[in-house]
Design a binder for this molecule. Structure first.
Ligand SMILES: CC(C)(COP(=O)(O)OP(=O)(O)OC[C@H]1O[C@@H](n2cnc3c(N)ncnc32)[C@H](O)[C@@H]1OP(=O)(O)O)[C@@H](O)C(=O)NCCC(=O)NCCS
Length: 183
C-alpha cells in the first residue's frame, strides 16, 4: 500500500500545484482553518465570517490540495461598517490570507490572489483594500509585486472573542494598502 506523503514532502513533487483547487469555503472546512491548534483562538471569527458569507456580505476562499485538504485561505469582506475598507459595491477588504508554511514560495499565494481579484472584477468591484502589519516584509513585497500600494498607516488595534469567549486585543501597527482593479 502506498504511504500518504506528509505536508513537507508534497512540495518535492514537481506537479503538486496541479493538485490544488481554489474554491469557496464550505462549513465542513471550518475546523481545518484552525491548523492543528495554531488558530483555534480564531474559531469565533471564522464562524462569524462564515455566517456573513451566507448573507452575501463576504466571500471566503480556500486552497485545497487533493489528498492534503485545506492548505490556504483568503477572506474577502464585500461590506463593512468601515466604508473606507469595504462599501458593498466598489471597495472590498481582503484579510485572513495565509498559506500553510510547507506550501509557501511556489506561487500558490499569488495564484489565489489572482482568482480572488478576478471574482471581484466579475462582481463589478473596483478597489481591493487590506491591512498588513508593518514588520511583514515578505507579504509587503508580494502585494507590491501584485500592484498594491501603501496608502497610509493604520493603528492595527482590534479585538475578538477567542474560543473560550474571552476578549483578546491585538495591537499590530499596520500599513493600509489598496489596488485599483483592472489597472
Ligand atoms: C503571504 C503568503 C500568503 C504568500 O503565500 P505564498 O504561497 O508563499 O506566495 P507566492 O509563492 O505566490 O509568493 C511568495 C514569494 O515566492 C516567490 N515564488 C513564487 N513562485 C516561486 C517558485 N516557483 N519558486 C521560488 N519562488 C517562488 C514569489 O516571487 C514571491 O516572492 P516575492 O513576493 O518576493 O516576489 C504566505 O507567505 C503566508 O501565509 N504568510 C503568513 C501569513 C501572512 O503573512 N499573510 C498575509 C497577511 S497581510
Amino acid at each position: 500500500m502506498m504511504e500518504q506523503s506528509t505536508h513537507s514532502q508534497v512540495k518535492q513533487q514537481p506537479d503538486w500545484l496541479d493538485q490544488v483547487i481554489i474554491r469557496r469555503l464550505r462549513q465542513s472546512d471550518l475546523p481545518a482553518l484552525e491548523w492543528d491548534g495554531e488558530y483555534t483562538h480564531f474559531r469565533a471569527i471564522y464562524q462569524n465570517a462564515y455566517e456573513r458569507s451566507l448573507m452575501g456580505q463576504s466571500v471566503l476562499w480556500v486552497a485545497e490540495h487533493q489528498g492534503h485538504g485545506v492548505i490556504g485561505q483568503l477572506f474577502i469582506q464585500l461590506d463593512s461598517d468601515v466604508s473606507e475598507l469595504a462599501d458593498g459595491s466598489e471597495r472590498a477588504y481582503l484579510h485572513a490570507f495565509r498559506i500553510r508554511p510547507e506550501y509557501r514560495c511556489e506561487g500558490l499565494g499569488s495564484f489565489m490572489m489572482k482568482v480572488v481579484e478576478a471574482d471581484l472584477v466579475r462582481r463589478a468591484f473596483k478597489v481591493v483594500t487590506l491591512n498588513i502589519t508593518q514588520d511583514n516584509h515578505k507579504a509587503l513585497r508580494l502585494y507590491k509585486r501584485l500592484g498594491y500600494r501603501v496608502t497610509g498607516p493604520d493603528a492595527g488595534q482590534w479585538s475578538y472573542p477567542d474560543h473560550n469567549g474571552v476578549w483578546q486585543t491585538v495591537n499590530e501597527p499596520s500599513w493600509r494598502m489598496e489596488k485599483l482593479l483592472g489597472e
